[in-house]
Design a protein. Sequence first.
Length: 577
Amino acid sequence: MSQVHFVRLVDFLLVIVVLAVGCHKSEPANKSSSENPPNTFVFKPRPKHSVSHEVVAITHSRFADVALDTGLNYVYQNGTDSRVLMVESIGAGCGWIDYDRDSKWELYFPQGGNPTDPNRPNDTLFRNLDDQFVDVTPFAGITEREYSQGVAIGDFNNDGFDDIFVTNIQGVPDELFENQGDGTFQKVAAESGTSDLKWSTSAAWADLDRDGDLDLYVCNYVVYDVFSPIPCLKDGKPATCHPRDIRDSADECYENLGDGTFRPVSRTSGLNGPLNRALGVVVADFDNDGWPDIYVTNDTTANFLFMNQRRFQFTESAFRLGAAFDAIGAAHASMGVTTGDYDRDGNLDLYITGFSGEYNTLYRNRGVHGFQDVTAITGAVEMTRPKLGWGVTMADFNQDGHPEIITANGHIGRDVADGEGFEMSAQLLSFDGTKWLDSSPFAGPYFERKLLGRGLATADYDDDGDLDVAIVHQNSNMALLRNESNRGNWLKLMFTGRTSNRRGIGTRVVVTSDDLRLTQEVVGGSSFASTMQPALIFGIGDRRTPVRIEIQWPSGISQILESAAVNQALIIVEPLE
């Protein structure tokens, strides 16, 4: 392993480390406030500022697929069985990880194969060596030949080295790889208590009880055994099963006990809902009370919104808060999910991908008034109806101060394909201040290709200050979309927690520049079956003056940087009291 360079004593040598300018401690993480008792929903007031509805001229973002040029020769094999097994329709994601702490971001890919063939291919870990990727799977000790779909990256033991959780289909255990800090990984799912045998899809690391370590939420889909599958027919021939014809399966949540082990707590913490067929999850603070909430997308049934009541208690509130169904009260076949403050009002909104013939749903977070389906109001219904969406992200790729949305699309089977067809093109939407516009025709040749898109994850892999995109396809090479946009001024932030979890998941940041106020959070999960780089990149547009940065750590510590120059990358280290 002499080829691997490890950084042990100094974190992130190539970026500026910013320590506390000013901080204070809010309420203790484990203390329940008498002002906010369980079963109440309190949306804390945000500083007053106007919501921007000014229409701006769109500068289209543009990307180039450089996967093969950079050595990323990875194909997710979904398997081909004459019985048309249901698991083959779902696909997989990917995860960005700096496993060797050299400040270069690597990619982990789960793998499928024929689910009933014992000679399935192995998962793959690619190391980033100066923007070229090298397969280091055997050197890293990664052996995972089950039929896998999701990957969640998080440092569960706060040792500074990211660990890998992999979700698998029913009947085989999920896997947890602990990073040993020397370039290798060790399987620890069984001894840690995370080796569930359900059909798991997406997963998310987050500090749900704010005790300083990461807990794990795992989405489970349906009860489906590939070795004794339920027969589904169309015109007398084997066909892809409809999820409503298959028994639902409850999700699981694991509380981190801080000693390398976890305990399942979904049944005792209120993290369950009726007709659970989960495909996507994002963990973020949706009511601005400082505690992480959980949004779960379900296939053909109502989505869940678990509001954090503290002390590891949650209340399912999606219907009450307007985020369970669309504007006419219909449940969609929901797949992926992303969050962002598209209207710049200080509240995190939701964007959900769905089935062809429906539409991808944009829920505006209206604070004390809950969520509202504003997809039609913002002009984003008809452009997504022909698509079947999976992985998704909302981010400011061209850094003009307004977000874009990228969605990976593709149908579940030729036998049921409708809309745009079996293979579909990815989609890029741009926001002009009031409406979403389809910018796909201007985004580059990749967006003209017809593929079976699935997982999607962002990272600044080439360290140039903008977000690039990895997209996984069924049975064809993945894409690495290098961002080649003409962009505005920017600020890139990463985080090192000390009282909070090491990866900084749950950190909320507000950047202010003159009349511009931007809010982002390092969320847990999001997209579909994938993990983003835990970096926040803010687009400042044509503003060049220094900006104000307000940071709220999961521990409750607040931190303010009064005058930060733009066009730089900062690593923010959590101050100690």
